[in-house]
Design a protein around this ligand. Structure first.
Ligand code: GRF
Length: 215
């Protein structure tokens, strides 16, 4: 069975959606550890509630970025982690971890990449005036949200949207596509060649649309 290691910095609602998907049997995997850089992350409470080990590792306790990410890679390897999940981990991952988990680190980003990478993807979308935004699950490479795209979901952006309500609309989709991507991975249905990710399912379901306005 696939073993997951989750890295999160904050409230951990995506972490929760993955926990729930495992507990309901939707994903056949186990979570070995939560690693956080933030001792106040609410994700830690979620881990406790579900008997998942958590580790607080702060960059300032390590000599440099390389030492920090080498240590994280070691903790993950020690626990037999096969897939690393970035569930709101608010840092650009170091090469020391990427090299040891090439195409085995998944991130969720709250925009349709390659549009609006980096922080505040939802605000960037509202400010730019796009009519469609969404979220993206991708593998992590050395760049800022530049790795191979696995799954995307689209949502409408309305003229009176704020960062807050667009974030909420996108988050609902995040909670669907992130567990789904992990499920597909755990079933061996995802392959990567260069930038291109092939999702092998009966349906062509590596994207989702949600064109109807919620009431
Ligand atoms: C989400 O918007 C995700 O797309 C981004 O960070 C946020 C994390 O939210 N990478 P949560 O901690 O999972 O609730």
């Amino acid at each position: 069975m696939l073993t997951l290691g989750v890295l999160a910095s904050g409230r951990g609602s995506n972490f929760q959606s993955i926990i729930d998907s495992i507990e309901s049997g939707f994903i056949k995997a186990k979570i070995a550890v939560l690693i956080t850089d933030n001792p106040d992350a609410y994700a830690i409470e979620r881990a406790k509630k579900h008997n998942i080990e958590s580790l607080v590792l702060k960059p300032k306790d390590f000599a440099d970025k390389n030492a920090y990410y080498s240590n994280i890679a070691g903790e993950l390897e020690k626990r037999g982690v096969g897939l690393v999940i970035l569930a709101g981990f608010m840092r650009v991952i170091g090469k020391a971890l990427i090299d040891r988990y090439r195409n085995k680190i998944m991130n969720i980003h709250p925009a349709l990449l390659p549009s609006f990478p980096g922080l505040h993807g939802q605000k960037q979308a509202v400010d730019y005036g796009v009519k469609i935004s969404g979220c993206t699950v991708h593998f992590v490479d050395e760049g800022m949200d530049t790795g191979p795209i696995i799954i995307q979901a689209a949502v409408p952006v309305y003229h009176d949207d704020t960062e807050e309500n667009l974030s909420e609309r996108i988050l609902k989709q995040e909670h669907k596509i992130f567990p789904y991507a992990i499920k597909l991975y755990s079933e061996g249905k995802i392959s990567v060649e260069g930038r291109k990710v092939t999702v092998k399912t009966e349906r062509r379901d590596s994207f989702f649309t949600n064109p109807v306005r919620e009431s």
